[in-house]
Each structure stands twice: as C-alpha cells, then as structure tokens.
Design a protein around this ligand. Sequence first.
Ligand code: GDP
Length: 328
Amino acid sequence: STATASDMKPRILIMGLRRSGKSSIQKVVFHKMSPNETLFLEITSKIFKDDVSNTSFINFQIWDIPGQIDFLDSTFDLDMIFGGTGALIFVVDAQDDYMEALTCLHQAVSKAFRINPQIRFEIFIHKVDGLSDDHKIETQRDISQRANEELHEASLIDLHLSFHLTSIYDHSIFEAFSKVVQKLIPQHSTLENLLSSFVQNSGIEKTFLFDVVSKIYIATDGSPVDMQSYELCCEMIDVMLDMTCIYGDDAEDATTQDSTCIIRLNNSNILYLREVTRFLVVVCIVRDDAFTKRGIIDYNILLLKKAIHEVFDVRPRHGKQNGHLHPE
Ligand code: GDP
C-alpha cells in the first residue's frame, strides 16, 4: 500500500462493538456535537478516517472500526492499521452485557500487540452515566480483572493497558481523551515542567494547556488535577468559542491580536485565558489578589509562549493568514 503524508501521522484508533458509542465519542470530542444529537447518528459499517489535524493541534486520526471484524479477512491490512497506531481505544458499553465485548477486546489486543508491541491500549468503560458510583467501581474492577487474566493466560505480558470510566454526558470523556493524548506527546514532560515553573513564578493556582477545539488538555502543571477546575476551564473555552463566533473576523484587527478572556468567579478566583498558538490556549486559575500583579503574569505568559513555540517548533503567527482561534 502507498503511504501518504497523512498516513504517517501518529494515529489513535477507536474500536469496540457496534452501538458501544464510538461515533458519539468522536463527534462529541472533536466535532462539538451535543450528547443528545448522538441519538440520531447513522450506523457505521466500515473503517473510516477522520482527520482532525485541520482544526486541532492533535494530529491524530480516528479510525472507527466496527466491532465485528473478522481478523482473518484479508481485506483488512492489519499491519498498516496497527503498525502506525500510537493508542488503541477500545470502547466497552458498561450498560450492556460486556462478555462479547471482552472477547472482541482480547482478539483485537492480541492481534495489535503482535504487530506493534509499542501500542498503548486504552479501555473506555463507557456510558457510565447510568451507573451508581459503587456500580462504576465494581464494573471497572470486574472488566480489568477479566481482561488482564485472559491476556495473562495468553502469555501477553508487558503491554500497556489502562482503564477509564467515561460518558459523553459529562467531562469524563474529555478527561480520558486528555490522558490518552498526553501519553502520545513526546514533549509532554517538558511542557509539564514549563507549566510548573510558570505557575510558581506567577502566583497562579493552576494552569492547563488546552487544544481549543477538542477541549483536550495536553499538559498541566505538576499539582493534582481536580475535576471541578478542569470543568470550569472547559466551560470558559465554550464561552470564548461562542464569542469568537459572534464577533468573527470583522472584529479582529489585522495586526497580531491574541485572544484573551477573563472571567471573574464569585469565589474570589479568576479564570484567565490566553492564546498560545493557533490551536492552543493556556487557561489559568488565579486568586484575585494575585491577579493585581497581572503585569508579571502577562510577562511570564510571553516567556511561556516562546518556550512552547520552541518545544513544538512552530513560528509565532503574523496577521490573519495563519488564522486565529476559531477554526473557520
Ligand atoms: P457506535 O456504533 O459504536 O459508533 O455507537 P454510537 O456512537 O452510534 O452510539 C450508540 C448509542 O449509544 C447512541 O444512541 C448514543 O446516543 C449512545 N451513547 C453513546 N455514548 C453514550 C454515553 O456516554 N452514555 C449514554 N447513556 N449513551 C451513549
């Protein structure tokens, strides 16, 4: 098979049984579909590539493969499919009987691992919005135990298997995707160090580096992430994207104009967003007394931007032709 430029990109593969939620996940995370609209998605019946690199920092392709693949069918070029894949996300519907899914998972993992031992396996225990907290934990324990036992019996050891509880009805799907993506970014620990020193030098509580369109955070400072902070930052990005839609290109000056957004919360915290590159923004949570020294924060953001540009080797944009935050 002939390799094209886009085939050379690192890939995330999404697999799972039919109706497990694969297309919904992809539409909600990468195409801003609202969870309720996924009820009307058409059934996928073949492998399809969804190249998100035009709207997202993340150059990954999502290959949606229906669950019931016959792995002996020679029409699937498995070397090609698994060979260039960084992570295989396997979606298990937690609201359904998952025995068949586990069989399929086992087949896919064994096949993929033999072709590409570097591949990371990310199991999304999905649709957990219908489950109580106890039930969630019990389901994760049961699924991970069964999956690991079977793989161990098949002498498949040393593979990277991770489990995530996910739902498209809350932020858990974005959190899980963030963790998957972070493992595939070679510069991730450099970014984390940069953000940690940025936070320390600026008197900031917490900061995230976001891929705007997907709301995947590709790095944060070293302090622990609490879901609430992450959700707040996601909501801020939604607000900002709506504003960008309203004001669009006409409101934007032709000279370099960086997107900035400030939201004051009622608990004496401030959310402060600044554009870093075409697709990336940094969102900070700052106490309002620290925000009085905004000059220092802004100066440090300037340094941070330069450092991030160097890490990814992207040149700062000039004027409009390089686009701005909103994909259109
Ligand atoms: P696919 O065949 O694997 O691509 O599955 P779909 O994306 O078409 O999803 C099948 C059904 O599951 C749809 O009716 C979705 O609305 C529903 N669904 C997807 N994700 C979730 C979720 O997180 N929670 C719930 N409750 N339903 C979901």
